[in-house]
Design a protein around this ligand. Structure first.
Ligand SMILES: Nc1ncnc2c1ncn2[C@@H]1O[C@H](COP(=O)(O)OP(=O)(O)O)[C@@H](O)[C@H]1O
Ligand SMILES: [Mg+2]
Length: 227
């Protein structure tokens, strides 16, 4: 998916200070872009606007040429072709792994659904856990389920909010490598939010650096955080 963000400014209701100010960013099909910045810099807000979870922004967002946010436009989250992985994974505790992954596939026939779930379980290497429940899995495994669930409907774009922050350090290192492999296999345009430079170095083609709602830098890892 190609994404174009122009002059995007956003205030939460009641705030005097904007959480995002005049953001301009173009993302090309297949790119992996990191939104990097300290806590409170506006990273999650930008993801929420892309996902359609906030809709009061000024400026515009286009996805593959369709205006999803603008003065007279708003496309609902489920119509955007965007998959999201939240910081806490937000898995359904009462559904087994298979059912969690199948959740967004309700329009498919049962046979197709089954085949797609199998494909996703293989992609994230969790075939043997199909019948287990989220609480029976480790943090890293739960994260891979969240990823499989987000990728199952073949979204044009994947949004990840601080994907590694709930994992212990050893696991973070391993999972970064796994995630990169999965993203390259899935060939999906990806935007991931992080405050951790190591995440950016391991994953990103380009980096947008946010500071107090302003994009203060944009470029490759070398041009931005490793400058
Ligand atoms: N629901 C909300 N209501 C009011 N202000 C908010 C809300 N969520 C975030 N903010 C404010 O918006 C700014 C950016 O927040 P956020 O996008 O969550 O930052 P980050 O993800 O980079 O930590 C912060 O100043 C935060 O206090
Ligand atoms: Mg955040």
């Amino acid at each position: 998916m190609n994404i174009k963000i122009e002059n995007l400014t956003f205030f939460y209701p009641g705030n005097k200070k904007p959480s995002l100010k005049d953001i301009n960013l173009e993302i090309k099909e297949g790119e992996i872009v990191s939104i990097f910045g300290e806590s409170g810099s506006g990273k999650s807000t930008l993801l929420r606007l892309l996902a359609g979870l906030e809709h009061k922004g000024s400026g515009t967002i286009d996805m593959d040429g369709v205006r999803v946010l603008g003065p007279n436009s708003f496309v609902q989250p489920e119509k955007r072709g965007v998959g999201m992985v939240f910081q806490d994974y937000a898995l359904f505790p009462n559904m087994n792994i298979e059912k969690n992954i199948a959740f967004g596939l309700n329009k498919m026939s049962n046979d197709k659904k089954k085949a797609r779930v199998k494909e996703m379980l293989e992609l994230v290497n969790l075939e043997v856990f199909a019948k287990k429940y989220p609480h029976e899995l480790s943090g890293g495994q739960q994260q891979r389920v969240a990823l499989a669930r987000a990728l199952a409907p073949a979204p044009g774009c994947l949004l990840l909010d601080e994907p590694f922050s709930n994992l212990d350090t050893d696991l973070q290192v391993r999972i970064r490598g796994e995630l990169k492999e999965i993203l390259l296999k899935a060939k999906v345009t990806t935007i991931f939010v992080t405050h951790d430079r190591a995440d950016v170095r391991a994953l990103a083609d380009r980096v947008a650096v946010l500071c107090e709602g302003i994009m203060v830098n944009l470029g490759t890892v070398e041009e931005t955080i490793d400058q």
